[in-house]
Design a protein around this ligand. Structure first.
Ligand SMILES: [Ca+2]
Length: 132
């Protein structure tokens, strides 16, 4: 919890030293964030690097709308996820095998900026979510 709260503040201070306006725009966002998709239904945000892809500066990231109860198979994000953030009101079960099998991890909003804290870094292969 402390890491989750402190690191974004540290990164935000670092981001101000970076030169591009593109970075500054991304740095102003609150993570996990998907304001451009706010009109859609509930979803989850994931990134291949911890701390939301170091605030979307490293690796790859995506927000996808969930279908409640559907097992979502990961392809590009198979066993690379290091940050996982369900939207408010969304609960997910993450699995370390495909087809929502194997060991599972329950995760709620706001999710984990660094999945390594409990041994789930680069481990998720599929997940299913529900929304309240
Ligand atoms: Ca990763």
């Amino acid at each position: 919890m402390h890491t989750f709260l402190l690191i974004p503040a540290i990164l935000a201070s670092l981001a101000t030293t970076l030169p591009t306006s593109d970075t500054a725009q991304k740095g102003s966002r609150i993570f996990p964030s998907h304001t451009d998709t706010a009109q859609k239904g509930p979803g989850v945000y994931m990134s291949s690097e911890p701390f939301w892809g170091f605030r979307e500066t490293k690796g790859t990231w995506q927000w996808i709308e969930i279908t409640p109860g559907k097992c979502q198979e990961l392809t590009d994000f198979d066993k690379v996820i290091s940050s996982f953030g369900p939207d408010k009101g969304v609960q997910c079960l993450l699995y370390d095998q495909h087809s929502c099998k194997g060991k599972q991890l329950e995760i709620f909003y706001p999710g984990y900026a660094d999945m390594s804290w409990n041994g789930w870094d680069n481990r998720v292969s599929s997940f299913t979510c529900s929304s309240s």
